[in-house]
Design a protein around this ligand. Structure first.
Ligand code: NAP
Length: 247
């Protein structure tokens, strides 16, 4: 199975490191021109440069929770790279605490990036996709959004919200050939999960039927599939990529 995305422009939010960086690399290897977005523009540009250093990848500073930045960044992508055919809403953050200790700021910070960010990006990018009668949107949720997790009520709420958002937008945009799906990774070792103790890490491995933690490339392969012509009859779905953790 060979996936060919040449001629397509892909936007990956949170593409400067971790899972997003892996997704950007996989889309680029498949021939897509990739816009890498992150709040730290220098890191987004460095990640884009590492993909090849030519005009096929470019980094942009963009806080996805800010409507003004989403507007100006997507306009710049359209001008400089072309209209996006693929949007991966991957930017995400955590502010873990027990629910009684979650401050308003920590609630808002997580919901603003993980859920409102996906809404703002989708609303802005889908406009052109609808006009062109073609588009793929992949939202990165989490198994935590499906199953809950003590100490992550804000994060779980944002990721569960993303599931409802995915299904609703899939229904709205299907008639325009814009397909919207989500991927729910299990545990992937990145900066987001680096605080875990060695004991908790081992407990995860013991609980995963495939007996290893996930890698960015595992999630990236699933994105590649959903962005490709091989998935042209799939919309509104949540693909769990967790080694069997929550079977
Ligand atoms: P990560 O290593 O912390 O990377 C997060 C990325 O998002 C960075 O590029 C960061 O760059 C960017 N970002 C954060 N807030 C942003 C904002 N407001 N606007 C734009 N970009 C923003 O995280 P990760 O582990 O790769 O996670 C990627 C996605 O997968 C997240 O949605 C996460 O919830 C999800 N996920 C992760 C795991 C896991 O085990 N790691 C499991 C399930 C789901 P800047 O800081 O420069 O903005």
């Amino acid at each position: 199975m060979k996936i060919n995305l040449s001629g397509k422009v892909a936007v990956v939010t949170g593409g400067s490191r971790g899972i997003g960086q892996g997704i950007a690399a996989a889309l680029h290897r498949a021939g897509a021109t990739v816009a890498v977005l992150a709040r730290d523009g220098g890191k987004a540009q460095a990640a884009a440069a590492a993909l090849g250093g030519d005009h096929s990848a470019r980094g942009y500073a963009c806080d996805v929770s800010r409507a003004d930045q989403v507007e100006s960044t997507v306009a710049a992508v359209e001008r400089e790279l072309g209209p996006p055919a693929i949007l991966v809403n991957n930017a995400g953050t955590t502010r873990d605490n027990l629910v009684l200790r979650i401050s308003d700021d920590d609630w808002n910070a997580v919901l603003d990036t993980n859920l409102k960010g996906a809404f703002l990006m989708t609303k802005r990018v889908a406009r052109g996709m609808i006009k062109r009668r073609h588009g793929r949107i992949v939202n990165i949720t989490s198994v935590v959004g499906l199953w809950g997790n003590a100490g992550q009520a804000n994060y779980a709420a944002s990721k569960a919200g993303l599931v409802g958002f995915t299904k609703s937008v899939a229904k709205e945009l299907a008639s325009r050939n814009v397909l919207v799906n989500a991927i729910a990774p299990g545990f992937v070792e990145t900066e987001l999960t680096k605080g875990i103790t060695p004991e908790a890490r081992q407990a995860f491995i013991d609980a995963i039927p495939l007996r290893r933690l996930g890698e960015a490339a595992d999630v990236a392969s699933a994105v590649l599939f959903l962005a490709s012509d091989f998935a042209s009859y799939i919309t509104g779905q949540v693909l769990v990529v967790d080694g069997g953790l929550v079977l």
